[in-house]
Design a protein around this ligand. Sequence first.
Ligand code: SAM
Length: 463
Amino acid sequence: MEPVTSPNGGSVQGRQALHERFGSRLYVNPELTRKAVSYQGNRGVPGLRWMKYKEGFSRALVERLIDEHEPEAVLDPFAGIGTTPLVAAGRGRSATGIEIMPVGVLAGNGIAQAANGVSRDALEAAGSGLIARVESDEPAPSEFAFPHVSITEAAFPGPTEAAIAKARQFISDIEDHAIRTLLTLACMTILEDVSYTRKDGQYLRWDHRSGRALRARVDKGPILSFQHALGARLLEMVQDVDVLKREYGGAYPEFMTGSCLELMRELPDARFDMVITSPPYANRYDYTRTYALELAWLGFDQDGFADLRQQMLSATVENKTKLAWLRQVYGENPGLPAKAVRMYQGQEALHEVLAILREHAGELGNRHVIRLLEGYFLEMAIVVAELGRVTRPGGTVIMVNDNVQYHGEEAPVDLILSDFAEQSGFVCEAIWMLPRGKGNSSQQMRRFGRREIRKCVYRWVRR
Ligand SMILES: C[S@@+](CC[C@H](N)C(=O)[O-])C[C@H]1O[C@@H](n2cnc3c(N)ncnc32)[C@H](O)[C@@H]1O
């Protein structure tokens, strides 16, 4: 096992102790490729290929786990576009997904509706109507213009803005809920392709043709027209409908929209015998920025963006503590959060990292990474404690997550969360490492040398 070191000369005792405790259960699983734990595995997969949700994991991973464990009831509290609930329901299991990002919720619902109701002919006819409207010469009234917020201004070429407004007008007249969902989804999923932007991990990168003042010059190459991209997406959707009926049809997963920190409370004790999930990583990625176009399309204004970001699991430097809100959600009676707060407060390895970062706060690129880590681990303590409550004895939790490092100091997310799990009624059976971890940024590499950070899948079994 690699030695635990602190490049800042701080204590490593807490992290060393955790390594010793979990060391024999921490090993490379050669079957876990990056493709399996990322959206790349869904290229070409019916339904899931409609939305390039970079945060997703693959259908193949979920299928393998479900076939191996044969659970009755499956939960994903961070469901994204619904990979876990869709695959589980398709295999005849009771399936529940909780997701806070309306972008993911729309995609999951759209796929489920295509699998369980909408006919191929009806979708094809509605799609042809939409294309005809977009290609018509008649401009749409100004009320249907793309509802920009400051971070999306100038995202589209002029003709695309006009085409978008026509599409929005056409969709607003559709009464059939499922068809409306699918046409909205078709348009929302092509926004990046027809824009001057490109999603790039933490940021939205801008092409120089947008006319925005830019630090780095990005050239996206040819940008598709709205009609062209929409036609291609609708064709894909029509082609997939019948396959989806075979693969995911027959049962509709339960999608709960909102924060799992709030909604998991509504789930009964011991309801699930399997959880397959991947929370946001503690890596500063701000989903409300990378999905700005899609959220604006769905009607989010500036305040809506800020509220959503704050409600999401703390993973950005903008997130503020949710402690007061959590106390409100859970009420005065100190039940679960008190236990989670204790797990969080007693986690020595975590506080070792936080203490070093606080000592070096003046040297950090952004000192709010400290607040990020505090919020992330407190909130994950609540999620893990809730998982302990809703998972049946003998049930399994599979969690995909990356470790992170700030200022050269590694936070062993895998070991810390597994410690929370073992205090919440689970036995951590394995922490599978991907054969290749994640390299550090070039800036950190220059300062602290090359360090690979573990990307892992944890397997916790309920006692
Ligand atoms: C790593 S992604 C999981 C993607 C999913 N496995 C899939 O295949 O699409 C994490 C998800 O958690 C969601 N999320 C963040 N905070 C949340 C919260 N408080 N409650 C529920 N979902 C949340 C994000 O919007 C994101 O979709």
